[in-house]
Design a binder for this molecule. Structure first.
Ligand SMILES: Nc1nc2c(ncn2[C@@H]2O[C@H](COP(=O)(O)OP(=O)(O)O)[C@@H](O)[C@H]2O)c(=O)[nH]1
Ligand SMILES: [Mg+2]
Length: 236
């Protein structure tokens, strides 16, 4: 039986990138059964372009933030595996079937595509150092080894999305989406990918994202020691 792959993206004003990103996804997946699901909060032509290229577009307007958009697109996706990426040309579409297969084969429940084997030329030094500090803190406090808590490119099994509850309010949701499945005993794996130059402007708000990253890590660190929590596992 052929599995369905959902490619899930959230978009805010990505009209310069969206057509190319969707074409790259289709090129990478070829004849494999797939759906492209987008939660869109744009003021520009992004949703019209995305729909004309065959994506299923769900409007979330006015924008409710990265977390709420990402939580919505994950629950709307019906595939056996759900692969996320930003709609800005930074993540390598050819990796989508590779990541998806690692989950579909039953080997892993979440595959995290880390951008941080080396510092990508497209990532400012401050962001690179912050990402290492986040990763170190998560290892120290939560017991999960990862090099990139903020990657937007991941493959999740449908089961993980159904069973893991995350807090969609506030930035830095990718932190919960990686650490929570690990704490619940799901099998996490990490691979390195190249990270390209963005088309258009970033929406990242550095300070609130940093604050929320630590907030999420500390919350999980505390929950580890509550009597009901399970023992943590490491990404390998
Ligand atoms: N629907 C929706 N998408 C968003 C929102 N904020 C950011 N995005 C999208 O989320 C993805 C990641 O944001 P991006 O600006 O690339 O952040 P960066 O990768 O950290 O620089 C992009 O595809 C954005 O268009 C939002 O509030 N709503
Ligand atoms: Mg991006």
């Amino acid at each position: 039986m052929s599995h369905l792959i959902s490619v899930a993206m959230i978009t805010m004003n990505e009209e310069r990138a969206v057509a190319r990103v969707i074409e790259d996804i289709r090129g990478a997946l070829g004849s494999r059964p797939h759906e492209i699901v987008i939660v869109d909060s744009s003021r520009d032509a992004t949703p019209t372009i995305a729909a004309s290229f065959g994506a299923r577009v769900i409007r979330q307007f006015p924008p409710q933030g990265y977390g709420r958009a990402m939580a919505r697109v994950l629950t709307e996706s019906v595939g056996d595996v759900i692969v996320t990426l930003d709609c800005d040309g930074t993540y390598p579409a050819p990796e989508i079937p590779v990541l998806a297969e690692m989950v579909l084969s039953g080997q892993y429940d979440v595959v995290n595509a880390s951008r941080l084997e080396h510092r990508p030329a497209s990532m400012p030094l401050a962001n690179y150092l912050a990402n290492w500090l986040f990763a170190f803190s998560a290892w120290l406090l939560v017991g999960v080894k990862s090099t990139d808590l903020h990657s937007g490119m991941r493959a999740y099994s449908h089961r993980v999305i159904r069973q893991v509850e995350v807090d969609p309010n506030g930035p830095a949701l990718p932190v919960d989406l990686l650490l929570k499945p690990a704490l619940q005993g799901f099998r996490i794996h990490e691979v390195f990918i190249p990270y390209g130059e963005r088309i258009g402007e970033t929406t990242l708000q550095r300070w609130s994202s940093t604050l929320w990253t630590f907030r999420r890590i500390f919350r999980l660190a505390i929950s580890r020691f509550s009597p009901l929590s399970k023992s943590p596992v490491s990404a390998d």
